[in-house]
Design a protein around this ligand. Sequence first.
Ligand code: NAD
Length: 495
Amino acid sequence: MEKTLAYWQDKAATLSIEGRAFIDGEYRHAASGRTFDCLSPIDGKLLAKVADGAAEDVNAAVAAARRAFDSRVWSGLNPRQRKAILLRWAGLMREHLDELSLLETLDAGKPIGDTTSVDVPGAAYCVEWFAEAIDKIGGEVAPADHHLVGLVTREPIGVVAAVVPWNFPILMASWKFGPALAAGNSVVLKPSEKSPLTAIRIAQLAREAGIPAGVFNVVPGAGEPGKLLALHPDVDCLAFTGSTNVGKLIMQYAGQSNLKRVWLELGGKSPNIVMPDCADLDRAANAAAGAIFYNMGEMCTAGSRLLVHRDIKDVFVDKLIAAARSYTPGNPLDPKTSMGAIVDQVQLERVLSYIEAGRAESKLLLGGGRVKQESGGYYIEPTIFDTAPNAKIAREEIFGPVLSVITFDTVEEAIRIANDSEYGLAAAVWTANLTTAHEMARSLRAGTVWVNCYDEGGDMNFPFGGYKQSGNGRDKSLHALEKYTELKSTLVRLR
Ligand code: NAD
């Protein structure tokens, strides 16, 4: 059956939405009884009243996670038993693909075509990937003096708190809980208050799959539960994805409490550099538009600074504008929509204020306005400015569909502008020259560099994370397991 706008609207009308926290294997109201309103950015209407977690809820979740960890009910399973349960959980996410995708679209305003093809299957795949890995990797027998046997092993770290953002709610969460659970930890997940619904729903699926009570907990709420988790003396590790400002606070909270391990995936202002010898300007222009307008620009890796060589600038900008026009904001429930709603009113106003700043200091090439206001939702059209590299809009992370086009004349200048940022999450170079490609890739201070593409390689095999104030540690790949394990040396004297 073709899934049309009417199909998704009908389904939305009868969807039952859970808004309670999930602690120690069951749904619970916040101990205070307080809730917050979870609104849909599609039309500004109420979706659910969600538990507003506070100290009592965080303490209960951490205590449940600790009990589960200490009892070894999860960490003590054979790796292949954990694998089987995690695979069942991922299978249930796939079985509930429509429901989870719909929740994600209603909650975060993401196009349904994306949530059904990227967000939900991507989260299931992440869980599968780490489940499949965990019974295949072992430790080391280290060279040691003859009278010793020396083992180097990895052990789960204990209670892992995951605090995540709203732009890819289930996917970003899975990048934390996938490896953390596979390694044998207990997890307390704090979803963003702007998009808590899929996290809450998959907790029930975790129980159905056989993940024991207390091993996976979800405490929704605004900043408060995140802060309480970061300050908690019984949380061993805090894995965070979000803004650089909050990331800085989280490090301080860890320092004020128990020096828990802190892993930060933070913001970005990624440069996308088009050299004059780029072999396919049409492809590069399409990719440049996708790099900033996919997911309404709410992407940590957004190619928000487009650096174009002066010789090709005029031609390239024409192609870019044509490509950008294919991202017309539409109803996220319509499978034909490529650009959905901005997550909420606060973010809408933030993006619009950057557009105002852009109008004051740069030349507007496309867009620049709020649209579809009659829907009651929050929509902004693709917006492009021709700007200087030091303009506010070219330096600060906007997290919306606003692109800064910057002109350069030499490779050295491009590298200098690209690296002149507090961030270092990703970068891209378009060139037909192999030497230029490699030399520029080496010079760019970023955790991921794409050459002649953007945002590709979305599988699990590549570590993902940033240099500089884009964070520390890496999500995805086997390296992610390093974040959720302690290294132990065991030395056995034989005689
Ligand atoms: P945010 O920092 O405002 O919030 C992230 C999470 O932290 C939310 O769950 C929030 O409730 C919680 N939080 C807020 N204040 C807190 C506090 N004082 N202590 C503890 N937790 C607190 O970020 P956001 O607006 O949700 O997400 C957008 C940001 O996330 C952007 O900067 C974006 O670049 C970044 N991001 C990074 C990556 C990456 O992998 N590097 C991926 C996605 C998003």
